[in-house]
Design a protein. Structure first.
Length: 156
């Protein structure tokens, strides 16, 4: 990430490089002290080919949602009907549910507001049609395909 930042910013001043190195050292030290790297709860790995397929699918959905939001906002009738509804978070792992909520938020016209205790996500949408698409479960199915196959599955 440091290399990417250096390449994108093009700032190679000594003061910034020193502060950046100190920041990286502080984060590594804090991660070590918090034993973040020793956490045994959720392995952070995905099925590689599936994640590439998911990213492609998500980019397409983001593009289509951009077109839909632009069409709705620019229409003379202002075809929006803001809606707030709970959508079932069906991915099997906690990490999968977080990816699902983030994917909802990344898609223009929808925002995941919070998780409810019953494994639902409160979602705000620009139009209720978008929520109907989420309730059909296509996005959740794509997220489940990406999740690692673990020894346990959530009871549904």
């Amino acid at each position: 990430m440091v290399c990417l930042w250096l390449l994108l910013s093009g700032l190679f001043k000594a003061q910034l490089l020193i502060l950046g190195a100190l920041s990286v050292a502080l984060v590594v030290w804090l991660a070590y002290r918090m034993r973040v790297l020793e956490h045994q709860g959720q392995p952070i790995f995905f099925r590689f080919l599936h994640i590439l397929e998911y990213w492609g699918w998500l980019l397409r959905q983001i593009f289509l949602s951009n077109v839909d939001v632009t069409r709705r906002v620019w229409s003379r009738e202002l075809d929006i009907k803001p809606t707030l509804r709970r959508v079932k978070a069906t991915p099997d792992t906690e990490l999968g549910r977080v990816i699902y909520a983030n994917s909802i938020t990344l898609t223009p016209g929808t925002t995941a507001i919070n998780f409810t205790p019953s494994d639902e996500i409160l979602v705000h949408a620009l139009h209720e049609d978008t929520l109907a698409e989420l309730e059909r479960g296509e996005m959740a199915a794509h997220v489940r395909d990406v999740e690692p196959h673990l020894h346990f599955r959530r009871d549904r």
